[in-house]
Ligand binder design. Structure first.
Ligand code: XIL
Length: 368
């Protein structure tokens, strides 16, 4: 019996090691400098996405849930928690030795109305909302204490002009809610790395606002370990210079830098100001959806060059410790529905059939 257990354990350990040592993979190519992550949804465990799951196990060594740890998914009603999807993801991640990133504890989106309004639909008072926040963080972070390595604690609390976002969190709890959330997350798991996550971090005014906020959190005594730059970018923005100066300013302040949600849209932008605010929406028209039949070779080359250019910059900064792609394959990307629904985008490293694109090969070549 004992020998059997020993044999089984050694098989499991060896199996996992072999998977991570896969010499051709993205993860092994960039270790030890960068973890390479992937956002996943519950569909990863459906029969039709079995090949994608195997792809994720082979190519990545970090993972983030795309939606199932957001408040509306994990606690849709007061005190009713949905653990099935996150439990399965945590077990899967441990089995494949993935670094696990929890997304997200405090956000103004994908948060049920009852969080901000009481039974009679009146806005909650400060104490009532604070109690909900405390319980949510303690319950969710506490359940995976020592198992989820990194948390996106607060998402998108700063506007593009650098001011504080006027969300119900700010309106009801006041300026200190960000520091409070970090303190609560730290109490629930003192070993977790805690991040502030946002889009358009490369815009100078927004970046300055984020830095002011993180300095405030730091001086309150709550630990904030790093910045999560979402990375929903395009072929031409941010420029190399904009990215370099952003990474430089966070590295000088000793923040870890995580690129948390990378994807590069190749589609025309319906607005002159880029955004990843999920509230933005534009109507569909065919001219905005030019690559329904596939990515033309010249764009495929451009995307490869763009990814190569970005990774060269990431590698210049030892403070950049992780790059997570927001989805495994083009078929699964939220970009097909944002900011216009029903388009065919090609923003990731693997195409709709799960085949590696030129961009994938370029990223492997960059380190050879
Ligand atoms: C997106 C998901 O990818 C979509 O499936 C969902 O419908 C909306 O949210 N910034 C974030 C992510 O922090 O949580 C968002 O994810 C994309 C923008």
């Amino acid at each position: 019996m004992f020998l059997c257990i020993l044999f089984f354990c050694s098989l499991t350990v060896t199996g996992a090691r072999t998977a991570k040592a896969d010499p051709g993979s993205l993860a092994s190519t960039y270790q030890p400098q960068l973890k390479i992550g992937v956002a996943v949804g519950e569909s990863l465990w459906s029969d039709s996405e079995r090949a994608t799951r195997i792809l994720c196990e082979r190519e990545y060594n970090s993972s983030t849930p795309e939606n199932f740890l957001k408040w509306d998914a994990v606690q849709p009603e007061p005190g009713k928690f949905n653990w099935a999807a996150p439990d399965r993801w945590v077990q899967w991640g441990e089995q494949h030795q993935l670094q696990l990133v929890g997304h997200v504890l405090v956000w103004h989106q994908q948060t049920p109305d009852w969080v901000f309004r009481d039974d009679s639909a009146a806005p909650r008072g400060r104490d009532s909302l604070h109690a909900l926040l405390r319980n949510h963080i303690a319950t969710v972070v506490g359940r995976y204490r020592g198992r989820i390595d990194i948390w996106d604690v607060v998402n998108e609390a700063i506007e593009d002009d650098g001011s504080r976002r006027d969300s119900p969190w700010l309106q009801i709890l006041g300026d200190n809610y960000v520091a409070d959330a970090f303190q609560l997350a730290h109490q629930a798991d003192p070993t977790a790395r805690l991040l502030y996550n946002d889009y358009n971090v490369w815009m100078p005014e927004k970046r300055a606002g984020i830095i002011r906020l993180l300095q405030e959190v730091r001086s309150s005594g709550a630990p904030v370990h790093g910045i999560g730059m979402q990375g929903h970018w395009g072929l031409h923005y941010p420029t190399v210079e904009e990215l370099q100066s952003t990474l430089k300013s966070f590295s000088e302040l000793n923040f870890e830098i995580h690129i948390t949600e990378l994807d590069i849209t190749v589609l025309p932008d319906p607005s002159s100001i880029p955004t990843a605010d999920i509230a933005s929406h534009f109507d569909y028209n065919e001219t905005m959806d030019p690559y329904q039949e596939g990515l033309p070779p010249e764009l495929s080359d451009q995307l490869a060059t763009r990814y190569e250019q970005l990774f060269k910059v990431f590698l210049e900064f030892p403070e950049v410790v992780r790059v997570t792609f927001w989805g495994a394959t083009d078929k699964l990307s939220w970009r097909n529905d944002f900011p216009i629904s029903g388009r065919t985008d090609h923003p990731l490293l693997f195409d709709r059939a799960g085949q590696p694109k030129k961009a994938y090969k370029a990223l492997l070549r960059l380190r050879q």
